[in-house]
Design a protein around this ligand. Structure first.
Ligand code: MD3
Ligand code: FE
Length: 202
């Protein structure tokens, strides 16, 4: 079952729950091998820590941000998107009406309690007809879903462990962010929220 949030935005509560044990064990291995790092941006150091999978990882520095084929400060590629994650994203996109979505980038955002993400638009990708699929794990967070203008009043969406959202159509360019994550403990994932953002970057 799904909830339509705006034109093109489709919330699938608990969609990932059936694969969460498998997905979490693979993700823990990834995070040990590719520890998430706090990225710099022109706006300052992010409170969120990030890692990536796939052909394109997201990297930031004080001059800007971009997709990169190599890990920050290294000449090595990222590992492939894990099959369980890839299948989940493609299946969610298919349900939302995007049968041809094949992501080439999986950004992993790790939120400790107190971390947040300010309102922004995702506009570093090449093809805006491709949706973005996001998966939440761990402790809950309040997602801010705004509109096409920064001044559009955001709607608050309580995202929980196992929730998937497909952001396509007009909503693809909408402003969004995450409120400061409250201290909490999740039985599987512990005292953190992790968001996987799957995109077709190139
Ligand atoms: C709505 N991450 O990494 S994922 C990001 O929870 C980012 O970590 C958030 O925004 C997080 O850029 C939100 C959900 C998301 C991603 C892209 C969107 C929502 C979106 C693009 C347009 C509209
Ligand atoms: Fe974003």
């Amino acid at each position: 079952d799904f909830v339509s949030l705006a034109e093109g935005a489709c919330w699938l509560p608990g969609f990932a729950l059936p694969v969460m044990d498998t997905l979490w064990s693979g993700l823990q291995q990834h995070l040990s091998a590719y520890p998430p790092q706090q990225m710099m941006t022109p706006m300052g150091l992010m409170s969120v820590r990030t890692s990536s999978m796939g052909s394109w990882g997201w990297v930031g520095n004080s001059r800007g941000y971009a997709y990169s084929a190599t890990q920050p400060g290294k000449h090595l590629p990222w590992p492939a998107i894990q099959p369980v994650i890839l299948k989940l994203a493609e299946e969610a996109a298919r349900r939302a009406g995007y049968p041809d979505f094949v992501p080439d980038s999986c950004l992993i955002n790790v939120y400790a309690p107190g971390s947040k993400m300010g309102l922004h638009q995702d506009k570093d990708e090449m093809d805006f007809t491709q949706p973005i699929v996001s998966l939440s794990l761990g402790i809950p967070a309040t997602f801010l879903f705004g509109g096409a203008k920064r001044t559009d009043k955001p709607v608050k969406i309580p995202l929980q462990h196992g929730d998937v959202v497909v952001w396509g159509g007009a909503s693809r360019r909408f402003y969004h962010g995450v409120l400061q994550v409250k201290t909490n403990i999740h039985p599987l994932v512990g005292a953190q929220r992790i968001n996987l953002t799957l995109r077709k970057a190139r």
